[in-house]
Design a protein around this ligand. Structure first.
Ligand code: SF4
Length: 326
């Protein structure tokens, strides 16, 4: 069995924000499903059996359901798995006493480190004052923390920290090209919701340029993955593709159960194109900006057919992406 290292647990997909760079396309419209105690225990046991010793916790926004977050931390702890850090956009941080109480609860459960998101994309949904309050309280409560990305705290602090900003307002403040500049600075993987950014900033090329038999290397590292609240094992960086977590970690991936994934692993986008065209996929005449964009288009088509295959999961990812202009 592969041992997940530098891996994470997605405890819910729903989020208070719908950031332009979100790889799993989280938003307030995602299903309001939260991880159950039973699933938390199953995941923690599997991680332990695999030899993993720590994971980070993310979402969606993991602080949307604090009791579910605590349930996961307890299950991990019972099974000897430490929490590397918990990700949050800080939306819940307006009252210092409330923040302190939650942080002290997390401290009791053994959490030491928080990752705070702050950048122009989050600023469309979360006023900067909230991550600033969170950082202050983390310092006072003796936590380790890091801000992703620290430089944006300084850059954005010159704006009104008590309000969120629309894209048009941010263009006036940061420049017309701030979306592309932020994506580049962030090192955004240009997948998930960021496919819409790629669609706007890269020229489109014929799909034929993206048909290649080279396997997608990202799919071949099951030791660096996410496991979600539905028990999916998710390859790093390729949202909308998932296997049952046991199958993924054990690399027990049959062509019958996982035809899309095995096509990409065995024969790259060429194999997926052959599979998708057999099912009726027709590439768009105006082309695609990237190989991942072409891959997404084929998978979106396949996910829209009756009884989509197990590897096109979670299906809510495709529904969420349907709201994007791509
Ligand atoms: S082409 Fe598809 S499988 Fe390959 S890296 Fe991009 S999204 Fe992942």
């Amino acid at each position: 069995m592969n041992t997940p290292l530098y891996s994470g647990v997605i405890i819910n997909y729903v989020c208070t924000a719908a950031c332009k760079h979100c790889i799993v396309a989280s938003s307030p419209d995602c299903p309001k499903d939260h991880i159950t105690e039973e699933m938390a225990e199953n995941i923690a046991k599997l991680l332990s059996e695999s030899g993993a010793y720590s994971v980070h916790i993310g979402g969606g926004e993991p602080f949307i359901n604090f009791s579910s977050l605590c349930t996961v931390i307890r299950a991990l702890s019972r099974n000897g798995i430490e929490v590397d850090y918990i990700e949050t956009n800080g939306f819940w941080c307006s009252d210092e006493k409330f923040v302190r109480d939650r942080l002290m609860k997390l401290k009791e459960l053994g959490v030491t480190t928080i990752m705070v998101s702050a950048d122009p994309f989050h600023l469309e949904y979360v006023p900067l004052v909230r991550p600033l309050i969170l950082c202050k309280m983390l310092r006072e409560c003796g936590f380790d923390f890091f801000v992703w990305k620290e430089r944006y705290l300084r850059q954005l602090s010159r704006l009104d920290i008590n309000k969120s900003y629309t894209e048009e307002e941010l263009k006036k403040e940061l420049g017309d090209d701030y979306v592309a500049a932020t994506a580049a600075e962030y090192g955004v993987g240009m997948n998930g919701r960021a496919l819409a950014i790629a669609d706007k900033i890269y020229p489109r090329r014929s799909y034929e340029e993206f048909v290649t038999s080279s396997p997608c290397s990202r799919l071949l590292v099951p030791h660096h993955c996410h496991i979600d609240l539905y028990g999916n094992g998710l390859p790093d960086g390729c949202p909308g593709l998932a296997m049952e977590m046991h199958d993924y970690l054990n690399e027990a991936l049959s062509k019958e159960k996982y035809p899309v994934f095995t096509a990409l692993v065995g024969g790259g986008t060429e194999a997926l194109f052959n599979y998708a065209t057999e099912k009726g996929f027709v590439p768009r005449a105006e082309g695609y900006p990237t190989r991942c964009s072409f891959c997404y288009a084929m998978r979106r088509y396949l996910a829209s057919l009756e009884n989509p295959t197990r590897d096109l999961s979670p299906i809510s990812f495709y529904h969420s992406m349907d709201k994007e202009d791509i």
